[in-house]
Design a binder for this molecule. Structure first.
Ligand code: COA
Length: 261
């Protein structure tokens, strides 16, 4: 599928760099952009040569300033529901693709932009970033997972503060409440993301996938079921060649050479 709203580039390290590319509209997500993201996330999941993804926005001002308000303004109730379900499914596709993803939040991450960032495994922000869920200011509510992922990330009280005021917060405050994992100068942001992923990708790839799966499953169920899932996934990890290689390398005092088998 040719892309006109996003850029998709696979780097030598196996990191796919996805850039929402509509800087003149602060990378607002149109329906077409959501379709292209769905295709790109499918490629990230299916292509064994792609081991991780970094998402960012074109230009120096915005990550993604939300869903496209021009399109939102024209939606009937039924179409609005379908619009939300579609975006939720696409973001969930990224969240459950089995590979780590990083949001490089290089400016405004508002509405659907913050929701996209929250569907990533972790978020690193540039110093100029501003994050928020301003939907109530437009008389609507978040529809791409904001009411669900924000309280899971920062707790009910802080999430409701952001969701009900609609006010954005600066990167430093987002870091303080755990909404972003680190704040770095804008020029260093992409390399910081690559650096973190480099550390993750040096670990056993099957183990990385199982941790993502166990945390995701556990957050969606009770402690007992989550613990049982973890034990089963632990059993799977213990049966891999990566486990044999990782433990042997430790005992032989050398770096493990994981094969993902
Ligand atoms: N949807 C559609 N267009 C958007 C947009 C969005 N979510 N966010 C920004 N744009 C457009 C603006 O309309 C403007 O277009 P124009 O030049 O054709 O008028 C362009 O992007 C630049 O934005 P502008 O508002 O001029 O920049 P700013 O620096 O003054 O303000 C923001 C930046 C982010 C504070 C402001 O654009 C804004 O509030 N955007 C909407 C955020 C939002 O509510 N998102 C949630 C949507 S559900």
């Amino acid at each position: 599928m040719p892309y006109s709203h996003i850029l998709f580039q696979v780097e030598e390290s196996g990191i796919a760099l996805l850039t929402v590319n509509r800087p003149e509209k602060l990378n607002a997500l149109s329906g077409a952009a959501i379709g292209e993201l769905a295709d790109a996330f499918g490629r990230v999941a299916a292509n064994a040569a792609i081991r991780a993804a970094v998402l960012t926005g074109a230009g120096e001002k915005a990550f993604v300033a939300g869903a496209d308000i021009d399109e939102l303004a024209a939606l009937s109730p039924y179409k609005a529901r379908a619009f939300a379900l579609r975006g939720q499914a696409v973001f969930r596709q990224l969240e459950t693709c089995g590979k780590p993803s990083v949001a490089a939040v290089n400016g405004f991450a508002l509405g659907g932009g913050l929701e996209l960032a929250m569907a990533c495994t972790v978020r690193f922000a540039s110093e100029n970033a501003k994050l928020g869920q301003p939907e109530v200011k437009l008389g609507i509510i978040p529809g791409y997972g904001g009411t669900q992922r924000l309280p899971r990330l920062v707790g009910r009280g802080r999430a409701l503060e952001l969701l009900l005021s609609g006010d954005p917060i600066a990167a430093a405050e987002a870091y303080r409440i755990g909404l972003v994992n680190a704040v770095v100068p804008q020029v260093e942001l992409l390399d910081y993301c690559r650096g973190w992923l480099g550390k993750v990708l040096a670990n056993g790839p099957l183990a990385v996938g199982l941790v993502l799966d166990a945390v995701d499953t556990g957050l969606g169920c009770g402690l007992e079921e989550g613990l049982r899932f973890e034990a089963a996934a632990f059993g799977v990890s213990a049966a891999t060649e990566d486990c044999r290689e990782g433990t042997r390398a430790f005992l032989e005092k050398r770096r493990a050479a994981f094969t993902g088998k």
